[in-house]
Design a protein around this ligand. Sequence first.
Ligand SMILES: [Zn+2]
Length: 343
Amino acid sequence: MFRKFSFSVLLLLSGVSAFSQNDKPSANGRDGNQRTGRRGPRNYEVNIVNSSAAPLDSATKKELNEVFFKVYPAFAQADGYRTVRQAKLEISDNYEGSISAKAGEIIISSKWLKDNRKRLEKEMMYQFSKNWLSADTVKKKGYQLVFISKDPGLDPQLKQNLIDTYFKVYPKLVKTFNKKSTKEVLFVIDTAYGGVAEASGNRILFSAKYMKAHNTDIDVVTHETMHIVQGYGYGSGPVWLTEGIADWVRYRYGVDNIGSKWALPEFNEKQSYKNSYRITARFFEWLEQNVKPGLIAALDDQLRQHTYTEQSWAKFTGKTVDELWADYAKSPDVKLAYSGSAK
Ligand SMILES: [Zn+2]
């Protein structure tokens, strides 16, 4: 069962791994990616080492190389935060099994390889997938979620809640903001990741530790999947704007902000719209209610088209963002209604 399952998951990942080639610039704080900042294209390298007695002909070498590049990037994308990009692939007379495959290290039995050349790709995929505790593919109404857990202690109810939130929220966000957004998303519950969660390409990494300690915070899914929908790419708009939009979307479309005690903080004089996240999100809600409904979706669209500039604010509202903030500071009242139910 598991064997068959893993194949389909990995085959699917190979199909979508191109998405991860351009990591979206991520965020501070909640997304925990500030140390690495923007990352370049993902490069993988393989070093083929023959430690068996028989020489390795060039056709075999070429095939090993090809199979590696079919399998490893898909595995690495799903494997999470600290995956090794340089791998050693060793052909050995001493390895008893078929293939041993983990991040950065592949050992292939020379004896097995001789008789199983045709099974090389599938066997390598299977052996890599054994690094995970579970891999599920869930499909609903044209949308798909691959859910990989590397955490043996993952609460099944939390897992179900994360999956349910994806299917409740993501299709709505796609329809509202970006119909061209991918319909295939990958969630990875990662034990090696120290932030909260982060989105890159079509993958969302969740910190196993954070989610365990904050198991009501399921609208992390709403914030992070909005980053997939945003898909602005490199150099489009400031980070505070990207994050402010994602938290405003969490406010508007989140499923249980009450249950997680998530709220937009009251205005105070020390704030700035550049504070990002919830402070910016509250300002955006005020703008939607008092200045121009639909403004945030319009800005989001410009960011995606790479037509956003500082002048966009004046174009849509007649005022600069600083003028709008000054108006907000004078009269910051806003009507707020949160989703979810108190527990
Ligand atoms: Zn974010």
